[in-house]
Design a protein around this ligand. Structure first.
Ligand code: SAH
Length: 265
């Protein structure tokens, strides 16, 4: 699906393209078409070279993630670059990992371009949280185990306190929801402590999936009370998805008796 703003387009075009979790075969046809027609690509860190490889040889490729320099390019600079390029008639493709509108700051980019009078197209990508769980053969919302799923970031915006983990824990426990955490590695110890304090059971199954869908993918499974310990013993780092919930039970082969499961159909 694509979203299109109502603003008039300038000389060039701007498309935010979801590059998916990593495996190029998980790109949408719309994504491939947009990349093939680009004259300028602004590429995030988590986008693999195979995906950038769909661009025409003549296209200019600018890496705006950490691999382009020492630290990530400031967001304001990226937006300025996009605006100027569109005004100069370029077909700009902003390639973002996963889906542009899931923790990707795509919303901010659209707002800034719209403010400059530039219409933006958005092409969905498969978000990492969804793909990571599927690689393990686990249905995120298997109806025997979950009523739904919560996608949450473990990395708060500077100046914000981040998610209220205790409330989330109580809600997931009571409402049988699967918790999918993005950017949660560096604060995993805190998240674990808070989720336990909020009432999520210590034996709730957890999976950590690093580099999902890529050749170097690795994962580990444990229970919530061992999350932080497992991350260090298995040396799992970013980028990883942490999935917490009873849908992971089969994967873990955890045959410990669970609380009554009245929601099982
Ligand atoms: N827009 C992206 C998310 C950007 S936030 C999306 O929809 O997927 C970046 C975070 O996404 C990473 O810190 C990590 O938690 C997760 N992530 C992205 N790609 C991943 C991958 N291939 N494997 C595991 N986690 C990934």
């Amino acid at each position: 699906m694509t979203a299109h703003t109502a603003l008039s387009s300038s000389l060039g075009t701007c498309t935010l393209v979801g590059a998916g979790p990593g495996d190029p075969e998980l790109l949408t046809l719309k994504a491939v078409k947009a990349i093939q027609q680009a004259t300028l690509l602004l590429v995030d860190d988590l986008v693999s070279d195979d995906i950038v490889g769909f661009a025409p040889a003549a296209a200019r490729v600018v890496y705006v993630g950490k691999r382009g320099g020492c630290t990530s390019t400031p967001q304001a600079f990226i937006e300025k670059l996009m605006i100027e390029a569109v005004q100069q008639g370029e077909r700009v493709v902003r390639l973002k990992g996963g889906d542009p509108f899931v923790f990707g700051r795509g919303g901010e980019e659209v707002e800034h371009l719209n403010a400059a009078g530039i219409a933006v197209q958005v092409v969905n990508g498969i978000t990492a949280g969804l793909a990571a769980v599927t690689t393990l053969g686990v249905p995120l919302t298997h109806r025997a185990h979950a009523h739904g799923v919560v996608f949450v970031t473990g990395h708060a915006k500077p100046g914000s306190s981040g998610p209220d983990w205790r409330t989330l824990a109580a809600t997931c426990q009571a409402a049988h929801l699967t918790l999918v955490i993005y950017m949660g590695i560096s604060s995993a110890a805190h998240i674990q402590t808070e989720l336990l304090a909020g009432g999520l059971r210590a034996d709730t199954p957890v999976a950590i999936i690093q580099h999902a869908t890529l050749a170097q993918q690795r994962h580990a499974a444990c229970t919530l009370s061992h999350l932080h310990e497992t991350l260090s013993s298995e040396q799992l780092g970013s980028p990883s998805i942490i999935v917490i919930g009873n849908v992971m039970r089969a994967l873990l082969a955890l045959d410990t008796p669970t609380a009554a499961q009245p929601w099982v159909a």
